[in-house]
Write a protein that binds this ligand. Sequence first.
Ligand SMILES: [Mg+2]
Length: 398
Amino acid sequence: MMQPLPTTFLHVDMDAFFASVEQRDHPELRGKPVVVGAPPGQRGVVAAASYEARKYGIHSAMPSSTAQQKCPHAVFVAHNMARYKEASRQIMRIFESYTPLVQPLSIDEAFLDVTGARRLFGTGQAIAEKIRRDILEQTELTASVGVAPNMFLAKIASDMNKPDSLTMVPFEQKAIEQFLAPLPIGRMWGVGKVTQKKLLSLGLSTIGQLQQCDFPTLERAVGPRAARGFSQLAHGIDERSIETDSEEKSISNETTFAEDLTDREQIEAVYKRLIDKVGARLRKAGYFASTVHLKIRWSDFSTITRQTRFSIPCADDVSLREAGMALLEEHLRRRPVRLIGFGVSGLSETDQPPAQQLNLFEAPDTAEHEKRNRLSRAADGIKEKYGGQSLRRGSDLN
Ligand SMILES: [Mg+2]
């Protein structure tokens, strides 16, 4: 029998990302204090600073004028987001070549659950080394990686030995607590300036001191919820798991008119086509929807979104049109419309009603529901074969 592998997370964070991309693309900037952001004359702020610039106390979000005072010979360069995004896509692809469980936190960092990947690629440390090597080979950039039994610890670790580093957190409880003990409490999630002050007033400046603090004292200072959270983190406990957004959770289509429309029939005609498109995509993806959404943007750019729910999840054209048109009927006004949109959410793979349901918009009875599903799928088949214009409902031809 296969032994279960210990849950293993990586946090990968690129080093001085924007500044490093600039130094890579412009060799004359290498070894120099580089500041990405607005030039000092323009009242802007620093978006990123190279490690050479950080030595002068320059950091991101600092006014560019302050940065220049701190380091008069700093080189200011305008940001080139297209280049950063390109590098970001490359590193995200590298992550996905090791595990599907990737949760990006920003353009240059992500959490990876590599528990399953260990059977193929070895220990967490081995995977972290491979990923760092792939990133260097493919992008000529360096990353710092933390390897740990949970996300909280992995994130702390990736930051400890920056730049160009790999930091392992122990996997054994006592060793985890020792690892955390010397760190300042500000390193814990959710500890902002205000909380930090409260904790400091209790004499708590390190995570180790927080580990020793009795719960009632902590609870009085920060409230029960935060107290529970902090004492868990102080002991290195974090139960969260990766949230991927690869699942399609909603499907929608919208149209912006070339000119703002007031004619109700014209708006309805476009809207019906959107409903049918969304319905076809929904059925093709093999889902049923429990909620439908209407979006209207008026000529002054103010926007409303309204929704209604089916009592049982639906995917057929008739039900989608009934629900969608009812929403439009209720919310369309005699105002010029700039954009109209229709969408569905609450997607499930069956049309079984959820255990707890809001019965706001009645779906047809079961036999009718079945019939509608069959008809819509048959129509999809014909459209796919002969093109979208071949089949129209009678009401469209009026
Ligand atoms: Mg970074």
